[in-house]
Design a protein around this ligand. Structure first.
Ligand code: PEP
Length: 363
């Protein structure tokens, strides 16, 4: 039997020593401190793994420094759903709530190409009541000769413009530890006008060293995309890497799978897995219709496939939609052919709302 004590900064306190003495008195128990969060945290969560039936949970819960005791399975220990689990299934970041009951749209540029396009995009979002966006500064590309993103050079104007247009959270992919520092530095230099959700892309889902580094910081929440060629279990374990290092503010992103079977879309859309991820874990689930479909193809009813699959994801209970728009898709430096037009934004948002209301009626 193992007890994992999570998130205590009270390792030196009398209360904490009392807890450890209590645990040491229990037969057959191995206890280890799992994670320490920042100094402002004082919560001790105890995760019980294995055959823990003989433990008196109430007794443990009555200790002053214990916030809650959770019996967990081996799988997805921190992010997973467990019986009688009273931990909150949401997190708040920069005034925006992310949970399995909420829905946030992140429309924006796949890749930042110019300050002018960033400003046009953000103004359109503001005019349509949006407070979140996606902006790619670091782009992992298949070809080394393709545009790799403007990197840290674009961060100051992206953040300043986000502040100007009331954007609270920008989803931004990082591929290296240095990008995390560059984002922190640029936010500081521009006076923290906005928030950032770090995105780990499908090519880095199992970059465990990057996951550990991103997991060790709690300043930014994380959007982890499912790996496009690995099992769902492997991708959920990748999310658990973030949480096991201390960062539980994780959104799980579905973005389609590679099948090499001649699919009509760039990837096989996997949005039927939205309820599965919600059943297995407490993470909010994001769908990325743009990278799943990869084209502006439309069905005979005139509706773009991207809009159809967005609605499917939202109807299945998705909590976040990440979608590419561009003020002038032919000029886009990355993924122009899948970008929606700004004039389509109001209709897109309306369609999301219709699907959301239909979902809420069904539950
Ligand atoms: C992206 O969102 O810009 C992206 C590259 O996504 P993915 O990692 O899903 O390919």
């Amino acid at each position: 039997m193992i007890l994992i004590l999570d998130a205590s900064t009270q390792t030196q306190s009398a209360e904490y020593r009392q807890l450890m003495a209590h645990l040491a008195g229990l037969q057959g128990v191995q206890a280890r401190v799992h994670t320490e969060l920042g100094a402002e945290q004082s919560l001790t969560e105890i995760y019980l793994i294995g055959n823990t039936k003989s433990l008196d949970i109430e007794d443990m819960q009555s200790l002053p420094c214990v916030e809650r005791v959770v019996r967990v399975s081996q799988e997805y220990r921190i992010l997973g759903r467990h019986k009688d689990d009273s931990r909150p299934a949401y997190f708040d970041y920069n005034g925006v709530r992310f949970g399995q009951d909420t829905l946030n749209v992140f429309a924006g540029l796949c890749a930042v190409d110019s300050a002018e396009h960033v400003e046009i995009m953000l103004r359109a979002l503001r005019d349509n009541g949006q407070v979140c966006t996606r902006m790619g500064a670091y782009k992992p590309r298949t070809s080394p000769y393709a545009f790799q993103g403007h990197g840290k050079n674009c961060l100051p104007y992206v953040f300043e413009l986000a502040g100007k247009y009331g954007i609270k959270v920008i989803a931004m992919e990082i591929t290296h530890e240095s990008h995390l520092h560059e984002i922190g530095e640029a936010l500081h230099q521009t006076g923290n006008p906005t928030g950032v959700m770090l995105q780990i892309g499908t090519r880095n889902t199992q970059n465990f060293e990057l996951l550990k580094i991103v997991g060790r910081q709690q300043r930014f929440p994380v959007l982890l995309k499912r790996g496009f060629g690995i099992t769902l279990d492997e991708s959920l374990n990748a999310a658990e890497y973030l949480a096991s290092e201390g960062n539980r503010n994780v959104v799980f992103g579905l973005r389609g799978m590679k099948t090499n079977m001649g699919d009509p879309h760039r990837n096989l859309v996997d949005f039927a897995h939205v309820p599965v991820v919600k059943r297995l874990t407490r993470m909010p689930v994001c769908v990325d219709p743009s990278h799943s479909v990869g084209t502006r193809a439309a069905s005979p009813d005139g509706i773009l496939d991207i809009m159809h699959v967005t609605a499917q994801g939202v109807l299945a209970g998705a909590n976040m939609v990440l979608v590419d728009f561009h003020p002038a898709p032919p000029q886009a430096l990355v993924d122009g052919p899948q970008a929606l037009l700004l004039k389509e934004l109001p209709h897109f948002l309306e369609d999301v709302q219709v699907a959301r209301e239909a979902y809420l009626k069904r539950v």
